[in-house]
Write a protein that binds this ligand. Structure first.
Ligand code: GUN
Length: 299
């Protein structure tokens, strides 16, 4: 681990910025507590996907640290869709639960879209219910925005990155990051008004698009895809990717890398997120903030 003094000056410290978000959240939690309200967050995990175990574990620990009550429902991989929907109906009706998060990916025999449509929209702190997806598209701030794109947005805002009029290129069109990220940044709204290009596996000459970007957001899940020759000098580069690549030298046989080839891109970027320590902590911070807002709105 490098000491702070040896870290490049252009790193975006996601851990430190997440702590700032947590400070705001803690104040709102104290105000709720004064009214006798403790937010409750339910995690639902189906099967034994190792990455999901790690992610839910980190979210549980952060909830606990902030004073959000959490409960985790771990269901076997063979759980039927009907059983999962029944659990969600129970959690929707539980007045001590203000937020519900069903960790993706779900086993293949379960219809993910149906599951996310079953979570009550006012408890949908993941922002995956069609009502919240629609509100984001419409620019209606009463909806919940998915935590990872909301966290990236917060990083851009809190680093003072100019967004209005900027050329933003997003790599990846998934429902969890790429599409909601694009929706956020194209809004006619403060901290938005960007010109957004959404690139994907069928995009012709991705490198040419990337080189135009003032802000480049990589979220397509291809290890170290973004190389130095794809980045305009001075661009802000945000790496959302978490990819396992095999590494015989590593203790467990693999290591995690992002979608950005950090070693070559970092020197020419204006600012860049490290990975880990960039986007990940922000995703959790925005989940906590969404949960507190859910409790405020339900109170
Ligand atoms: N899997 C990967 N990212 C996410 C997320 O933001 N929320 C949920 N529920 N599952 C995920």
């Amino acid at each position: 681990m490098s000491s702070p003094s040896s870290a490049p000056a252009n790193l975006i410290d996601g851990r430190a910025i997440a702590e700032l978000v947590h400070q705001d959240t803690a104040q709102r939690l104290a105000a709720l507590k004064a009214r006798g309200i403790q937010p409750g967050l339910a995690f639902v995990r189906v099967g034994d996907d190792p990455a999901s175990q790690v992610y839910v574990g980190m979210k549980e620990r952060t909830s606990q640290r902030l004073g959000i009550r959490s409960e985790t429902h771990v269901l076997p991989a063979a759980t039927t869709e009907a059983e999962l929907l029944q659990l969600l109906a129970r959690l929707n009706a539980d007045r001590t639960i203000h937020g519900i998060l069903v960790q993706a990916p779900l086993p293949r025999h379960i219809d993910t879209a149906r599951v996310y449509s079953t979570v009550a929209p006012d408890k949908d702190v993941d922002g995956f219910h069609p009502v919240n997806v629609g509100k984001l598209m419409l620019g209606d701030p009463t909806g919940f925005v998915p935590c990872t794109p909301a966290g990236v947005h917060e990083l851009l805002i809190r680093t003072g990155t100019p967004i209005a009029g900027a050329e933003v290129v997003i790599l990846g069109r998934g429902n969890i990051v790429g599409k909601p990220m694009a929706s956020l940044l194209v809004q006619k709204a403060p901290h938005a008004d960007a010109t957004v290009t959404l690139c994907h596996s069928r995009t012709r000459d991705i490198a040419a698009h990337c080189r135009r970007a003032d802000i480049l957001i990589a979220a397509m899940g291809v290890p170290e895809f973004v190389r130095a020759d794809m980045v305009k000098p001075g661009a802000v580069v945000v790496d959302v990717g978490v990819n396992r690549v095999s590494d015989p030298a590593a203790r467990n046989g693999y290591r995690l890398v992002g979608d950005v080839h950090f070693a070559t891109v970092q020197p020419l970027a204006g600012r860049i997120t490290p990975n880990p320590g960039g986007v990940g902590p922000m995703t959790i911070a925005l989940l906590m903030r969404n949960t507190v807002r859910a409790a405020e709105q339900q109170a």
